[in-house]
Design a binder for this molecule. Structure first.
Ligand code: C5P
Length: 290
């Protein structure tokens, strides 16, 4: 079975509190995008399922998040069997775009169909939480408010049609380290989450774009932060309605209501960066449920 594993961006990312279990309670407006890995999921040739990809450094066995998700599905449902997963990697890794979580979620959707288990989207998302905090959102896709660790999801009206330019600068950020630098009581600037939700309900793209913010931007190292800021400035200069960092970074994205302006941003950023993409909002994976 072949399927797309769509990446996500954070229209907002807020951290509410540090929990006893080491995780943080979050409040995030998540949006899937059409930038996606292409997966082929087949019954395993050997005794144990493998993950193969066109990136040599990704793990191939049970350390690959796609195989972690497959194991979680078998354990929870008792169906599915071992699967081989072939990944054509298009989404940059360690980028704040949930590329690995998207692969894990796609494997869960594939196993749900291949095994005939027919689990509900919510049950599938619940199983996904065992593989990582962003997996439940990637199972459902579309537009959603994510709370708790990221697993408590409320579907939201879709982002109005727009173009999205994503640029990943060539450094990676450790998510646990970045969380470690956050002092929740000292966060001075937060996104207007309620305002973004209201703008989505009103179908107001500009209203969404101008309220976006990610609290991780405040705790980036100054040199990294300067680079994030300059990409945001370039996107705005090209006509983006708003720009923000996604997840724990370092990817930065801009929302555009003009194809020409988005193409201009793509061309300009490609002068300086290798990983620059033009895409659009992704659909919910189970539209009937929204
Ligand atoms: O769930 P996941 O494996 O993606 O999380 C990676 C790390 O990010 C966790 O070990 C934790 O340090 C941090 N994290 C957190 N709060 C969250 C999600 C992740 O502190 N809500």
């Amino acid at each position: 079975m072949e399927l797309d594993a769509r990446a996500k961006i954070n229209l907002t990312l807020d951290i509410l509190r540090r929990r006893e279990d080491g995780y943080h309670d979050m409040q995030m407006v998540m949006q899937s995008v059409t930038l996606a890995d292409r997966l082929t999921v087949t019954p395993a040739r050997g005794a144990e399922g493998q993950a193969a990809s066109d990136l040599r450094f990704l793990p191939t066995g049970n350390k690959n998040l796609a195989q972690v998700a497959a194991a979680a599905f078998r354990e929870a449902v008792g169906l599915g069997g071992e699967v081989d997963v072939d990944i054509q990697k298009r989404v940059p890794v360690c980028a704040g775009l949930a590329g690995g979580s998207a692969d894990a979620a796609a494997v869960l959707r594939a196993m749900n169909r291949l095994s005939g288990a027919g689990l509900s989207p919510d049950r599938l998302a619940e199983i996904g939480a065992r593989a990582g905090s962003d997996v439940p959102f990637c199972v459902l896709g579309g537009t959603a408010l994510a709370e708790g660790r990221g697993e408590r999801l409320t579907p939201l009206p879709p982002l109005p049609p727009c173009r999205i330019v994503i640029c990943k600068p060539p450094f990676s950020v450790s998510t646990p380290q970045l969380f470690g630098r956050v002092n929740v009581r000292k966060i001075v600037r937060r996104p207007d989450t309620a305002g973004v939700v209201a703008a989505l309900e009103a179908g107001d793209l500009a209203g969404v774009a101008r309220r976006m913010y990610n609290v991780f931007e405040d705790v980036m190292e100054p040199r990294r932060y300067a680079e994030i800021s300059s990409i945001k400035a370039e996107l705005i200069d090209c006509g983006a309605l708003g720009a923000s960092m996604s997840g724990s970074g370092p990817s930065v994205f801009g929302l555009f209501d003009s194809e020409a302006a988005a193409r201009e941003a793509l061309a300009r950023l490609r002068d300086s960066y290798r990983d620059v993409f033009l895409c659009g909002p992704g659909p919910a994976e189970f539209p009937a449920e929204v």
